[in-house]
Write a protein that binds this ligand. Structure first.
Ligand code: AHM
Ligand code: MG
Length: 334
């Protein structure tokens, strides 16, 4: 079998007609290496003394798990010294992390959610890492939070890992979406699927139904129609799945289609939504669009939203194109 490792995939991308540059290649390799270390820690679980609370809170007032903190440190340590980054920002850090002066600085900004699906850590359900790569604005050597406030359309690359039955890495460099599986014996990510495509239609939806009473009218209408099944206006039955790890829910959609929704509701209205624009919505939106799907707030394309703050939250509706467009149409009808 002619196996293509992530390294070979990236080197070939560097030689392609629309080449990626060497720093971007290094950046992706370093992130993937850090994710291997996170995967090992996740797999050790209780044996590695990594489960449970860290005893601290992040900037959003959420209790941090030991693995949230550890994963954040692994990604920082791995990315500091390579010379490919100007700064990093994370869901788990109040402010951007600048590259220390003892190391060379590069032209990229790395943004990440080190461990998505925190509520699933201690119960042995799939979790993952989400990341997004932006360019550092021209002439900026010490980036501030403002330099990260770029719409998703400016992303250079995005990816996520899932630490599940197997560890996988899904990546886009803006030229389709590719899936790699971690070969633990060899210690490298191996290309296992090129050019993932999300079916335009689906009969599967993902939403936290416990928030139903808080939803806005367009979401109430859409879900009610799905639940009415064969007897309702859609004329067919729909199935529901909710892992409560965005990485796992999105990965299912990339594999067999579906729609994922964390919409605006009365509970999260003051915060603007539940999921984070820079660490979750934009990278997943980029990946989903690159796979032929759509990603919307219900009112606009996620990737076109101009961020105002680093930790900004946003409503997220993404997946199979025709379903996302239907939800957006219901919002437009009011
Ligand atoms: P996290 O980044 O703190 O783990 O939070 C994000 C997660 C998503 O992975 C998931 O879709 C959502 O929160 C689940 O929320 P809920 O527990 O309300 O169902
Ligand atoms: Mg998250």
């Amino acid at each position: 079998m002619n196996r293509v490792s992530l390294s070979r995939f990236l080197i070939e991308a560097q030689r392609s007609p629309s080449p990626i540059n060497a720093d971007l290649r290094l950046l992706i390799e370093v992130v993937a290496r850090a994710c291997k270390a996170i995967s090992l820690a996740v797999n050790k679980g209780a044996l590695g003394n990594v489960l449970g609370e860290a005893g601290s809170e992040n900037v959003q007032g959420e209790a941090q798990k030991k693995l949230d903190v550890l994963s954040n440190e692994i990604l920082l340590d791995a990315n500091e010294w390579g010379g490919h980054l100007a700064a990093l920002a994370s869901e788990e850090m109040d402010d951007p992390h600048l590259i220390p002066n003892r190391y060379p600085k590069g032209n990229y900004l790395l943004v990440f959610d080190p461990l998505d699906g925190s509520s699933n850590i201690d119960v042995n359900v799939s979790i993952g890492t989400i990341f997004s790569v932006l360019r550092c604005p021209e002439g900026v050597t010490d980036p501030s939070a403002d330099d990260f406030l770029q719409p998703g359309t400016r992303q250079v690359a995005a990816g996520y890992t899932v630490y599940g039955p197997s560890t996988i890495l899904v990546l886009t460099l803006g030229n389709g979406v590719h899936q790699f599986t971690l070969d633990r014996e060899i210690g490298s990510f191996v290309l296992t699927q090129s050019d993932l495509r999300i079916p335009e239609d689906t009969s599967e939806f993902a939403i936290n139904m416990s928030n139903q009473r808080h939803w806005e009218a367009p979401v109430q209408r859409y879900i009610a129609e799905l639940l009415a099944g064969r007897e309702g206006p859609r004329g067919r039955d729909f199935n529901m799945r909710w892992v409560a790890s965005m990485v796992a829910d999105v990965h299912r959609i990339l594999t067999r289609g579906g729609i994922f929704m964390y919409p605006l509701d009365a509970k999260c209205r003051d915060k603007g939504g539940k999921l984070r624009l820079l660490y979750e919505a934009n990278p997943m939106g980029f990946i989903v669009e690159q796979a032929g799907g759509a990603a919307s707030t219900g009112r606009e394309r996620i990737m076109e939203v101009q961020p105002h703050t680093l930790h900004q939250r946003i409503p997220v509706i993404l997946g199979s194109k025709n379903e996302v467009e239907r939800v957006a149409a219901y919002h437009a009808e009011g």
